[in-house]
Design a protein around this ligand. Sequence first.
Ligand code: AMP
Ligand code: GLY
Length: 429
Amino acid sequence: MKLLVIGSGGREHALVWKLAQSPHVTQMWCAPGNAGIAEERLAQNGALVECVAVSAEDLPKLLAFAQQQRPDFTVVGPDNPLAAGVVDLFQANGFKIWGPNKQAAQFEGSKAFSQDFMERHGIPTAQSGTFTDPVAAKRFAASLGGRCAVKADGLALGKGVLLTTTVPEAEQAVDEIMVSKAFGTAGQRIVIQELLEGMEISLHALCDGQVAKLFPTSQDHKRALDGDLGLNTGGMGTYSPAPFLTAAELQTVGDAILQPWLRGCVTDGIDFRGLLYPGVMLTKNGPKVLEFNARFGDPETQVYLTRLENDLVELLLASTEGRLANMELKWSPLASVCVVMASGGYPGNYPKGKPITGLAAANALPNTKVFHAGTAPKDGQVVTNGGRVLGVTALGKDLRTAQTAAYAAVEKIHFEGAQFRRDIAAKAL
Ligand code: AMP
Ligand code: GLY
């Protein structure tokens, strides 16, 4: 089988690495990929994965590539091409592709859509309001005492959320998004939620339009600095499982979200075939959904796929073809920890092109895999090429062992200005 994977981050490296292990795959391309993806080989025949210089957001060029090379199956990593309708486009041209269609991708593409859906279908979420008028938005924020999450409706690279604790702060956040347009057109409409307190976890469920198969728990670390200080980032590290829910509690929380969600999809005529990733706050009044994503998390994927024992090609095909009911997800009992190494300055401005050393030594450590995110090959070396550069991932018999192993690998890797958190998984220990 010939596979095309769309994307270039750490999530996509993890997807490529796992898909390449499937005996079904005889050829694989990644558009555009990164330096680590270009070094992956297929288990079936030892062939290298080929990176092709087509942006994940250039839908016409992606289609032209597919028409030329005729992949049997395409797997989409990031949210932007999904929201732009890459799945609909490929399907209309006769290609089999994994991911939600444009209608279903609205769960991530529009926070107002998701909030309205959750309220209509009884999914536990924060008290909220949706606004196109700043005056009405401020009135609502004041009614919450200024303790708010003020969110741009549309996609904003994971940055369109401002958390406030006073009325003046909340009013300023409304102005920033709606009047100064800090996130452009994504902020024409905003959602304001009450500020929730508790432990935040990531849930993932693979869906086929009828059935949703829940993954184990994981937890991301969104702030740039140790102790959850500093700016919000795309995610500085993850671990799985997260010990805040027992298996039985996870099932209960999953059901409380996924059962009404699936019923709602049927009622509203939404055919969701892909990965649903609810961000959930475990509050003292029970779990509440903060947002939905319509794709694998990054860096959640790195810890999930190092634990997944199934053939991922078979799972994603079943998701696309509506055959998940009879599939059982199998997970390693080992724990997984992923530490993100980022460029100095991230999530603000950062330099590119810094040579990276020690990758081979880190990868040679037992139970360790260095996933690349923002990297590029240059003159026979690997250099930095983005904010999040690497996801250094290790398995261990428990979280502490996995954490020790991941940081031992981090110590082997060097590039100028490298920054990483030293407390990934510490909340669990
Ligand atoms: P989102 O992109 O909606 O997940 O928001 C980004 C981050 O903001 C989340 O991961 C949470 O840490 C935080 N956040 C979002 N909504 C809320 C809320 N209602 N209460 C508290 N924190 C929130
Ligand atoms: N882990 C954060 C995200 O994928 O949005």
